[in-house]
Design a protein around this ligand. Structure first.
Ligand SMILES: [Zn+2]
Length: 223
């Protein structure tokens, strides 16, 4: 069983990312801090947590909870969020079998989604923003309705981790002061339905927008 990773202060987050050797975007990013059984370890409070699990939470906002955070690169020390995905043991096994078969000659030019990609897409989609379907479609070389079908659970719902992720809560990243200034400027011309648009635009919750508007939060910022 895994422990829930607690909230990290800005200092802890800075300390965390400083221990990762961040190379180019597609390379493995090895953990340079202490380790156990081949995996990176990070101390938060009095407890240590797996570094790659924190990297996953930091980049997606998803608490991995009881699921394992797996590596597409088979490098336990790697903390590159692009190489991490949430999986159940069942998904893991299936994925491994598939990789074995691929080695025997899958046609490289067919733009089909692999189960591994579907899991990654469903996790990216959890913090859905406008236009993301098209962006991901471009990234994976498929039609945007294939991406939408994953988001809405029309396709691939048989994968345990796609199902698990769709029922998880996601904590949106904290707004920065700069974003709040922009939001306040946008709010000057408030109209019905704008809250939802702004929430999507700034990747935050509708509630956060209302609280800014009512001066419950960020009241010290004047624009
Ligand atoms: Zn890697």
């Amino acid at each position: 069983m895994y422990r829930e990773i607690p909230t990290r202060t800005i200092e802890a987050r800075t300390r965390f990312w400083a221990k990762i050797d961040k190379r180019s975007p597609d390379d493995c990013w090895p953990w340079t801090g202490c380790r156990r059984d081949g995996y990176g370890l990070f101390l938060l409070g009095r407890t240590t947590y797996s570094a790659h699990r924190i990297a996953f939470l930091e980049s997606t906002g998803i608490q991995p909870q009881h699921l394992c955070v797996c590596h597409t690169c088979d490098m336990p020390l790697c903390c590159n969020p692009k190489h991490l995905f949430l999986g159940t043991n069942a998904d893991n096994m299936r994925d491994r079998n598939k990789k074995g078969r691929q080695a025997k000659g899958e046609k490289l030019h067919t733009a089909r989604l692999t189960e591994e990609n579907v899991i990654k897409i469903s996790q990216a989609q959890k913090a859905y923003f406008h236009g993301q379907d098209v962006a991901l479609a471009g990234e994976y070389g498929v039609a945007s309705n294939a991406i939408r079908a994953i988001r809405t659970g029309e396709h691939w719902a048989h994968l345990e981790s796609v199902k698990a992720v769709s029922s998880m809560r996601v904590s949106k990243p904290q707004l920065t002061e700069q974003q709040v200034v922009k939001i306040k400027n946008d709010l000057k011309t408030f109209r019905r339905g704008q809250g939802k648009i702004l929430a999507e635009k700034y990747n935050t919750t509708l509630k956060a927008i209302y609280r800014i508007r009512q001066g419950v939060t960020w009241s010290h910022i004047h624009v």
